[in-house]
Design a protein around this ligand. Structure first.
Ligand SMILES: [Zn+2]
Length: 121
């Protein structure tokens, strides 16, 4: 039997709302109360938008304090892109992608979801 290293079995308090949240051994875990993904990197760089979150830690605390959801603004989107180098987003039910290629070209494209059946020989 192999243990799941990502099993969320450690109780802690959410860094944003202070409600109890379950995290894995790496400190990762979604808060079902406020939507913050626990992540030590976000705490080390509280003004940066760092995966897996879509807003900075400082902004998350401010939004939560105002009773608002942790949703990114356009500026957050740009910060995310600057960090990740590629993004996907859903707009009006359609998926789009944005990526930097060759270090100086931006590509914006619609993603088509392709479904394949498991083909057995
Ligand atoms: Zn929370």
């Amino acid at each position: 039997m192999v243990n799941n290293p990502y099993e969320k079995n450690i109780k802690t308090k959410c860094a944003v709302c202070r409600k109890e949240v379950l995290i894995d051994q790496f400190g990762q875990g979604l808060c079902n109360n406020c939507g913050w993904e626990q992540d030590i990197n976000s705490l080390d760089y509280p003004d940066k938008v760092i995966y897996p979150n879509r807003v900075s830690y400082i902004k998350a605390v401010l939004l939560f304090g105002k009773g608002r959801p942790l949703l990114p603004s356009f500026d957050d989107f740009i910060k995310m892109f600057d960090f990740y180098g590629e993004l996907e987003l859903k707009y009006k039910g359609r998926w789009f992608g944005l990526t930097a290629s060759n270090g100086h070209t931006l590509e914006f494209f619609e993603q088509k979801i392709m479904k394949f059946k498991n083909m057995k020989a």
